[in-house]
Design a protein around this ligand. Structure first.
Ligand code: GDP
Ligand code: MN
Length: 401
């Protein structure tokens, strides 16, 4: 599960990580008032207006704007709330922006990258940092891998203070910055663990220019991103409450409700499959035969008629879908039960696009009889003898259509 930057900042603040004050608005009319408020609080005239969407790359897309007056803040807010944001992470269709964060702006001496995530190869969590902050870490990894430093977390005792200090030294923090940076690293690692996060990222972590309060500069987080383990949300009620359904694909939300794993893709062949491995190989074989899957959909091992009906509804609600391939392996699940579910679901939902069904496994003969008996009711139905046959039939039906 993803959350917005403003929610991530709340988490950082709750762990004692310094974050400039800010407030969220949904209406450009509130921008001027909030600008006055946050700048007064921080004693500056600089503020930053930031789109709150579940995608990064906002700065380059023009959706992070520095402003120095209430009028500029209003103008930036109006622009962001009435234009789609297109960034490297959104795809060309872009994203609607419904919420903005207006935060006190800061002067930046230097930007760093800091994150905690899982290192699968080492089977433990890792603190990753770079003195090339403000840039996507993927770009740094590609172009200047030596600029990335890591400290691995002990699975039992987590990040240790000596590791945080060593990391701060290696990044080039100086004087009082070292203690501030190490404290932030320990707090971030603590949040990552206590909140069941799969990613806790501050990009950029910054150092401000020297001031009378901070002769060595202050270390601050000015952007944050958290991803959480969905399977742990049952014990993370406060995190689960941060969920913003308007940021997710509505079909994916509906699917979750019925226990279906659904991911929308760009192609035109809808897939209904049981088992994630089978779903992936089904998508591969569609591609192999020149087609393009419209989605990944795993109805799971114990799909009932209700779930299959919902799965069809979700697939057919995608206007790009010009054909549907059902590929079911009856292991624990019996093919005849699935066949009946498919037939009644197809009747209920109503099919106008080609439907190709391939069933194999327990009670397959009985299932074929059921499918054969349904031809009159579902005129676009074809059955397939194996996976290759199914892929060929559905791609040629879609090409012909
Ligand atoms: P992202 O592009 O979605 O990651 O958004 P960020 O919040 O990281 O902002 C992008 C860039 O804008 C940062 O790397 C900074 O260079 C700049 N920026 C953001 N906030 C401030 C601020 O308060 N002051 C200054 N001077 N620059 C900022
Ligand atoms: Mn950022």
């Amino acid at each position: 599960m993803k959350v917005h930057e403003y929610q991530a900042r709340q988490l950082l603040a709750s762990a004692g990580i310094p974050v400039p004050p800010g407030e969220v608005i949904t209406d450009a009319g509130e921008a001027a008032r909030v600008y006055e408020q946050v700048t007064a609080k921080a004693g500056t005239d600089l503020a930053v207006v930031k789109a709150q969407v579940h995608a990064g790359g906002r700065g380059k897309a023009g959706f992070v704007k520095l402003v120095r007056s209430a009028a500029e803040a209003s103008e930036a807010a109006k622009f962001m709330l009435s234009n789609k944001m297109v960034s490297v992470q959104t795809g060309p269709q872009g994203l609607d922006v419904r919420k903005l964060l207006i935060a006190a702006g800061v002067d930046i001496e230097k930007e760093y990258y800091l994150a905690v995530t899982t290192d699968r190869a080492k089977r433990t969590d890792v603190l990753i940092a770079s003195s090339e902050g403000g840039v996507e870490i993927e770009t740094v990894a590609r172009e200047n891998p030596d600029a990335i430093v890591k400290e691995w977390l002990d699975p039992l005792i987590g990040l240790q203070p000596f590791q945080a200090r060593r990391m701060a030294f290696r990044l080039g923090f100086k004087g009082k910055q070292i203690g501030q940076a190490a404290k932030i690293m320990l707090a971030l690692a603590g949040l990552y663990r206590s909140k069941d996060a799969s990613l806790a990222e501050i990009n950029p972590l910054i150092v401000t220019p020297a001031s009378s309060d901070y002769p060595d500069g202050q270390v601050l987080a000015i952007d944050a991103k958290f991803n959480f383990d969905d399977n742990a949300l049952f014990r993370q009620k406060d995190v689960a409450e941060m969920f913003d359904p308007t940021e997710e694909n509505p079909a994916e939300i509906k699917a979750k409700k019925y226990g279906l794993s659904y991911i929308a893709l760009d192609g035109n062949i809808g897939c209904l499959v049981n088992g994630a491995g089978l779903a992936m190989s089904t998508m591969d074989i569609i591609k192999l035969h020149g087609g393009d899957p419209a989605n990944f959909l795993d109805v799971g091992g114990s799909a009932n008629e209700e779930a299959v009906t919902e799965a069809f509804r979700i697939i057919l609600s995608d206007s790009k879908v010009q054909g549907v391939l059902v590929n079911i392996f009856g292991g624990i699940m019996q093919c005849d039960i699935i066949a009946s579910a498919i037939v009644s679901a197809a009747k209920e939902v109503g099919f106008s696009v080609p439907l190709v069904v391939r069933l194999e496994g327990t009670n397959v003969d009985r299932a074929r009889e059921i499918m054969d008996g349904a031809r009159g009711d579902i005129p676009t139905l074809q059955t397939a003898s194996d996976l290759t046959d199914a892929a060929k039939k559905v791609t040629s039906a879609v090409t012909a259509a």
